[in-house]
Design a protein around this ligand. Structure first.
Ligand SMILES: [Zn+2]
Length: 612
């Protein structure tokens, strides 16, 4: 049913047209490219292949079909995407026109349950013995009860033997279903018959929207428990890339000051408010994202970054500057006195000094340029040349020409070199910026954590894919109907692939003739498959020439097979030598026999054997 609807919707809508509503696309050969809407960038790495109706970003690795795009750009689930696109395509879904209320109802329910959880956590913190350790941590951080209550801080208890105190409370008194508690991100899905609370033995900070509705939580471990911070998973209500901690309490001050202070941690936000710097917020569980910058940019003209003083904080700030620059908002960087590692520490020692540091925060480009010039100023010729290179890489990141020119003049003056030559270097750098490995932090992906749907991917990083495996995977993706015949005729087994994604693509396509689509693959594989599909295969340029495709397939099969035999030979040979070294003569002889049988079938691999 859903499958039919998907095919029907796809046949009526053009991917290019739909994406064109969100991204400005330019034609580049048979592909269309544009700036990726999912990560900050200045040179286009987002590609759409109109023929195959797939899209892929070479920068952040996202990709897929029409539905994936809408799901990700609108931050909705598959069902909602289907409803939205069906509506646009004029396809009526059988479940009826009212079903679009479903998503709204889910969101409402998540917020209700998260609000109940907040009340419960607060009760545990302030009125029970279980909350004692949480109260101790707050005292340690010099956060009094009134301040903690303003932020809704609470304590998630260990939860007893079942580790499910909150779940029992919500499903009991509050009348919620277990599935609702799971959907609200408050409990892990039931595994082996029981449901455990997501947050246990942690201080919890509600993450609310600007109207104060509780979308989710950030939770800090006590002592040395890992992970130190844990967040709600993305849900109907909570999206980590758009949630902003403290926005409900900071909004009025941000509007009044036309500026927002962005810090890294929950304690930093609370400390800043305690010091009277009430326009302070934090991103939660991610690096600062473009969405967060965008929504802050609607009420603030300037964003002041006040990150931790360590290397990680400096890198995060540098990256945040690029994200902010893309949104054409002014960025400032607050430098903490060296003795303090984060805003929280400074506030506890000297609240007025913190407020003043924020007030005096210099423009971000100035801070980055100062760091780049470093020892170059008044230094040797070599030091000045090195500094000039670093300065150029900072200048190249400034989007507005006037600002860039002003900092260029300043850099030239401070290094005592001609502005003309610096300007020439800058022009070079900007022209081939993306190809220069020396260039620092070019709009790195703002959101480096995988989507919830792709959580399995965090475990399996993209492994290298040998070109012949990539080529064959691409061919069976384009022509899945040829895959089954290829497999039975060539005898090429999935196990012969080294790359797991290529193996699964080949296996799925060849065992499912006719019915294979991208959607049969898991989330991570779907994206990687889109990456393969978006590229042109020259052999397919002339579809009337099937011989070229057959030849291509035969070549790939041969290479994959040879490689797999080579690996087997190496492994047997290694095993044989070990047996010999260990005096297991019989084993060694058996392995030697096996080796020569295999080698007889693979004359081209004699060299591999001789080497061993
Ligand atoms: Zn991207």
């Amino acid at each position: 049913m859903a499958g039919d609807a998907v095919a029907e919707v796809k046949s009526r809508l053009d991917l290019v047209e739909v994406i064109g509503g969100y991204v400005t696309l330019h034609r580049a050969g048979r592909e269309l490219t544009g700036l990726c809407p999912f990560h900050a960038e200045k040179t286009p790495s987002f590609a759409v292949n109109p023929e195959r109706q797939v899209w892929f970003c070479h920068g952040c690795g996202k990709g897929g079909d029409l539905f994936h795009f809408i799901q990700q750009i609108e931050r909705i689930d598959f069902r909602e995407a289907l409803e939205m696109l069906a509506d646009r395509a004029g396809v009526e879904l059988e479940s009826g026109p009212r079903s679009d209320r479903g998503a709204g109802r889910k969101r409402r329910r998540s917020i209700e349950l998260n609000a109940k959880a907040q009340a419960y956590y607060q009760h545990v913190l302030w009125a029970t013995d279980a909350g004692e350790r949480g109260r101790a941590l707050l005292i340690d951080r010099r956060i009094d009860e009134a301040l903690a209550r303003r932020f809704g801080v609470g304590f998630a208890p260990a939860g007893g033997a079942g580790e499910d105190a909150l779940t029992r409370y919500l499903t009991g008194k509050a009348g919620a279903g277990v599935d609702e508690v799971v959907e609200a991100g408050l409990a892990h899905p039931p595994g082996r018959g029981r449901t455990r609370d997501r947050f246990r033995d942690r201080l919890v900070f509600p993450i609310r929207d600007d109207r104060g509705e509780v979308l989710g939580f950030g939770a800090r471990a006590l002592g040395d428990a890992r992970p130190k911070y844990l967040n709600s998973p993305d849900s109907a209500a909570y999206h980590k890339s758009s949630a902003i901690f403290g926005i409900d309490l900071a909004r009025t001050a941000i509007v009044a000051k036309h500026a927002a202070v962005i810090v890294e941690g929950y304690f930093d936000v609370i400390a800043a408010h305690a010091a009277g710097v009430e326009h302070t917020v934090a991103s939660s569980g991610t690096a600062l994202t473009r969405e967060q910058v965008h929504s802050l940019g609607r009420i603030a003209e300037t964003l002041i970054l006040c990150f931790d003083g360590d290397e990680a904080g400096r890198v995060a700030a540098t990256r945040a500057v690029d994200v902010i620059a893309v949104e054409s908002i002014q960025a400032r960087i607050c430098r903490l006195p060296a003795a303090f590692k984060d805003p929280d520490e400074l506030v506890r020692s000297d609240p007025a000094a913190f407020a003043q540091a924020i007030e005096e925060a210099p423009p971000a480009w100035q801070v980055l340029l100062d760091a780049a010039l470093g020892a170059g100023e008044g230094g040797s010729v070599d030091a000045r040349r090195a500094a000039a290179e670093r300065a150029v890489s900072v200048l190249a990141r400034i989007p507005e020409a006037t600002t860039r020119e002003l900092y260029l003049q300043q850099a030239a003056r401070r290094l005592d070199i001609g502005a003309r030559s610096l300007s020439t270097d800058l022009a070079h750098s900007m022209r081939d910026g993306t190809r220069r490995p020396g260039r620092i932090v070019v709009a790195a992906p703002a959101d480096t954590t995988p989507d919830t749907a792709d959580e399995s991917e965090a475990v399996e990083a993209d492994e290298p894919m040998p070109p012949w495996e990539a080529q064959l995977a691409r061919v069976v993706l384009i022509r899945p109907e040829m895959a089954a015949a290829l497999r039975s005729e060539s005898g090429l087994g999935p196990d012969e692939f080294t790359n797991p994604t290529a193996r699964r693509i080949y296996d799925a396509a060849s065992s499912d003739p006719g019915g294979f689509t991208l959607r049969r693959l898991s989330g991570g594989d779907q994206r990687r498959a889109a990456g393969l599909l978006v590229r042109e295969v020259p052999e397919f340029a002339d579809e009337a020439e099937p011989q070229a495709i057959k030849q291509l397939m035969a070549d790939c099969v041969r290479l994959i097979h040879e490689e797999s035999v080579r690996r087997a030979l190496v492994s047997i040979s290694t095993e044989m030598h070990r047996a010999r070294d260990e005096g297991r003569t019989e084993d060694a002889d058996a392995l030697a026999a096996k080796l020569s049988r295999l080698a007889a079938d693979a004359p081209h691999l004699r060299r591999t054997l001789a080497v061993r």
